[in-house]
Design a protein. Structure first.
Length: 245
């Protein structure tokens, strides 16, 4: 098995939720919970936080989480990781987004294993799972993905795709979870964001628009709740309290 590093990109200045990585969940910042989920995997060897913010870096030092300092100008978390990986010794790098405190460790392992088992023409694997309700399908905070017959992403959108003109359709939600071959990160940062990426604010569209394969890996629908808003944060707090009750 190749050496695998998980990097958690964290920025303080999110437009919808400033300071999100440091938001308190049961006495610990959100990014700490993401770090713990990565520690619970079977395939990850090393874990890092990547940030440009002094407040986040200080908390990493207090909580004994390795931190890599990056520039502040990165448009996406993957661009930040592409800089951070220069000081990381790993053949496969997993982007575990810092707003996924309830990500299933088995899902992290699944995207790693799928990349290892795929051909070299697959640059990245991306987790996804089935959406259970129509409310989640129309929620623009949930990115939907459609795939070709081989499981490669054809398109991502915040709108429901495919559109159910006739019979009911099955929607897949993209997870903020990607496994990259090392060279793929260099390629990603060298590509210009296309019109779809800029319109949808979905970073994997950069590979799709430039004709590169993103292999989707469907994982079991679990209790993961991505935190996009303070309302999501409260849902996570309640869910974690129920787990420990």
């Amino acid at each position: 098995m190749p050496n695998v590093a998980a990097i958690i990109p964290c920025r303080y200045g999110a437009t919808r939720f400033p300071g999100k990585p440091l938001a308190d969940i049961n006495g610990k910042p959100m990014m700490w919970h993401v770090f713990q989920r990565a520690r619970e995997t079977q395939r990850v060897n090393d874990i890092y936080i990547a940030t440009d913010d002094d407040r986040i870096a200080q908390q990493c030092e207090i909580l004994d989480m390795p931190v890599i300092r990056t520039r502040s100008s990165h448009p996406t978390g993957t661009d930040r990781i592409a800089e951070a990986v220069r000081v990381v010794d790993a053949e496969i790098i997993v982007n575990v987004q810092g707003d996924e405190p309830m990500i299933d460790p088995r899902a992290i392992d699944a995207v790693i294993e799928a990349l290892v088992e795929s051909s070299g023409e697959v640059l990245v694997t991306n987790g996804c799972h089935a959406i259970s309700g129509s409310g989640d399908a129309i929620d623009t905070n949930n990115v939907k993905v459609v795939c070709d017959v081989s499981g490669n992403a054809l398109a991502y959108s915040r709108l429901p795709i495919p559109y159910p003109k006739g019979d009911a359709v099955r929607h897949l939600r993209q997870l903020g979870l990607y496994a990259f071959r090392r060279d793929a990160l260099k390629l990603f940062s060298s590509l210009e964001p296309g019109p779809l990426e800029r319109a949808e604010s979905v970073e994997m569209l950069r590979f799709v628009e430039h004709g590169h394969k993103v292999r989707m890996v469907e994982v079991e629908s679990g209790n993961d709740i991505p935190v996009d808003t303070p309302t999501d944060l409260e849902r996570v707090r309640q869910a974690m309290m129920q787990r420990t009750a």
